[in-house]
Design a protein around this ligand. Sequence first.
Ligand SMILES: [Fe+2]
Length: 269
Amino acid sequence: MAIILENLSPRRDSMIYYTLKGPGSTLKSREVGIRVFMYRLYAIADLHLSGANPKPMDIFGPLWQDHQQKIEKNWPSDERDVIIVGGDISWAMSLEEALVDLKWLDGLPGRKILLRGNHDYWWKAIGRLRSLPLKTIFFLQNDHFLLPDGRAICGTRGWNCPGDPLFEADPENNGRIYRREIERLRLSLESARRAGARRATVALHFPPCSDQANSSGFIELMEDYPVDSCIFGHIHGAAQAKVFQGFREGIKYFFVAAEYLHFRPLRIL
Ligand SMILES: [Fe+2]
């Protein structure tokens, strides 16, 4: 008897219950005892690792003392978990140096979706990155990662947005980079749409807008797609207190800079 899988219905516990349908009968997965465990989704940004050339991070404050050990201790423990790593992953300047940090990440549980931050100078040709001998890492660039329930992880690095003093200091140059990054997010979201994604989580490294009062091209674009969540990092120090978070037009925004989370990946789903 042919069995068709349909009606994916995610529950709060992140399990998916399939409805199994055959000719002349409909059986719910619970009735036939089938339960398919799915993933839990987490995010964290700004790991700022430096395995090849250890950089003392406590110069940024006592919270950063032994931060890599804290990350490891707090990392989700289930191999089915999915963890978005939202940029500024490694201080390394070359891919050879970065590989020390990437292999460390690769050895932690779960599937990791990596995004480039403004400090990731080692992140160059995407083909080279994707050929590295890593088992659990996906490098996100102009495309998406599709999860089994139809959720796509999309994203791009982002940039300072209009209204931000850093943008307004040189609006011409910043505007060029800002528009290019919006276009990259569009490419990513379009690739997910073409692949049949039903909903999306967007990962940015930079915040999606300059402040709560301002929208941005990133926000307007996300609102045109079935995006329900957006993670970002990049902001450090006192400015973290003013970062925009929470719901806006059906999208929930999560600020996930590592030290803001006390180096514990934040559960998104
Ligand atoms: Fe950054």
